[in-house]
Design a binder for this molecule. Structure first.
Ligand SMILES: *Cc1c(COP(=O)(O)O)cnc(C)c1O
Length: 222
């Protein structure tokens, strides 16, 4: 892992993912050159945690990429975010959804979003509480310029990814419940969960979008 190139890491991971699972390369703290190498090797989706980082990187990248916002989105960054991103994975409140809707209306765009669930009910984490997710999805479904396409969760971090399994399973249950509810304007298509140490367990529990940083690019050094 230490010695393998980004390109080799990407190819190995892409080959190992079951069909239909989308790899989102988590680009925080990486250079445009590193991300470019991942794209050359087959990455099609890149996730950013910060609007400012995305603002610098997006113009520097030549290929066609789907840009995902995967970090907490501050309200004062929404106006920029709706121009930069193809999907916002971290919608976790009605005021944020309403603001995204308003800013998208101004530029004639409809933003695909995932609703972020704080499935572990951790005080330190963003995301809507599990018992509030259905209500939030229903409310967002009334907005014209934002479209719910699934759920995202970070899940609690454990040394042993098996410990994360019940949280992934609970998120999948919420996803299935919402899919069955057939809410107009809501399409339960993507379930984004799992990071470098937990993505295999997440996929076993139904994730079809995984967000990997360390496994592709190596350890972060900050
Ligand atoms: C950093 C990050 C990841 C990837 O984490 P790794 O452990 O490096 O794979 C995934 N999702 C989010 C929201 C992140 O901030």
């Amino acid at each position: 892992m230490e010695n393998s190139s980004i390109a080799a890491n990407v190819k190995r991971i892409l080959e190992s993912l079951p069909p239909g699972v989308i790899l989102v390369a988590a680009a925080k703290e990486r250079t445009p050159e590193e991300v470019e190498e991942a794209l050359q090797a087959g990455v099609t989706h890149v996730g950013h945690n910060y609007v400012q980082e995305a603002e610098r990187m997006i113009p520097a990248i030549k290929g066609r990429v789907q840009w995902h916002m995967i970090g907490h989105l501050q309200k004062n960054k929404v106006k920029k975010a709706v121009r930069l991103f193809d999907m916002i994975e971290t919608v976790d409140s009605w005021p944020l959804a309403e603001l995204i809707d308003r800013r998208c209306a101004e530029i004639g765009k409809t933003m695909p979003v995932l609703v972020e669930v704080n499935i572990g009910r951790e005080a330190s984490k963003t995301g809507v509480l599990p018992e509030e997710v259905d209500d939030l999805v229903r409310r967002i479904s009334t907005l014209l310029h934002i479209r719910v396409q699934g759920l995202m969760t970070m899940g609690p971090r454990f040394g042993d990814p098996e410990d994360a399994r019940p949280y992934f399973r609970a998120t999948k249950a919420a996803f299935d419940r919402l899919a069955k509810a057939n809410i107009p304007n809501v399409e339960m298509r993507y379930l984004s969960m799992g990071m470098s140490n937990s993505y295999q367990v997440a996929i076993e529990e139904g994730a079809n979008m995984v967000r990997l940083g360390t496994l592709l690019f190596g350890e972060r050094h900050s």
